[in-house]
Design a binder for this molecule. Structure first.
Ligand SMILES: *Cc1c(COP(=O)(O)O)cnc(C)c1O
Length: 228
């Protein structure tokens, strides 16, 4: 992809998000470093990745004023590699993982911002907590004692479907869950701010339904090729 095409893609998305309080997370997974450098030159400072090793490698070579977001399923044994620098983990899908993030946050003397990933899609395959599981975590004594994580919101992925009304209703449900959690749960390690929802196929709908962060990959960087 040329720098010109990249700029056109970014301009288009930014124009569509104008007027919404919605941050664009540039999902650069599988994309080569020079393309990320082009995006950086065009002003992008927040990148999302879904593989720990790739995230670490890209963090090492790209400028230090980039915020790196982990958006994919995270194995507990890999938290240690990203704990020193990651800005936000979107994909906290178990209490076990949150405990590990807290432990590694402590070792690195930082408070790691996290989103609780909530299962909103029809498909069984997507990771995520149920609303009940989220509430169990937030009410637990163990969570109350965690000083090195900060829960700043929720994340969800809609069903992969052409039915955009279904997608809209799943996003609406996640926003309602967020509002409810925000009303009922306050603690020093909670700061309800973010609803991370919306990808290339549905970010406009997500923005309309109250998303504060859209995670957009292929609409910025082009289709991914996993085969090579
Ligand atoms: C890959 C990915 C995205 C971006 O997907 P696109 O359809 O390319 O925009 C968003 N969120 C998560 C969790 C992802 O893994």
């Amino acid at each position: 992809m040329t720098k010109e095409e990249l700029k056109q893609n970014l301009d288009k998305i930014n124009a569509e998000l104008a007027g919404f309080s919605c941050q664009l997370i540039a999902v650069s997974k599988t994309k080569p470093i020079p393309l990320l450098q082009d995006a950086y030159a065009l002003g992008i400072r927040v990148f999302g990745e879904n593989k720990v090793q790739e995230l670490v490698e890209k963090h090492e070579v790209l400028p230090k004023d980039i915020s790196w977001h982990m958006i994919g399923h995270l194995q507990t044994n890999k938290v240690k590699y990203i704990a020193p620098f990651v800005s936000l983990i979107h994909s906290v899908d178990s209490f076990k993982l949150l405990k590990e993030i807290n432990k590694r946050g402590k070792q690195n003397e930082r408070k790691i911002s996290c989103l609780l990933q909530i299962h909103i899609a029809e498909e069984e395959t997507k990771f995520g907590l149920s609303k009940e599981e989220v509430i169990d975590i937030l009410r637990s004594e163990e969570f109350a004692k965690m000083e090195n994580v900060k829960v700043v919101g929720v994340m969800g992925m809609a069903t992969h479907t052409e039915n955009l009304e279904q997608v809209r209703s799943e996003f609406r449900g996640l926003k309602e869950t967020f509002d409810e959690l925000q009303q009922h749960y306050t603690a020093p390690n909670i700061d309800w701010q973010e609803v991370s929802m919306g990808m290339s196929g549905d970010y406009q709908i997500a923005a309309e339904e109250g998303s504060t962060m859209v995670r957009v990959g292929s609409s910025i960087f082009g289709a991914r090729n996993y085969a090579k």
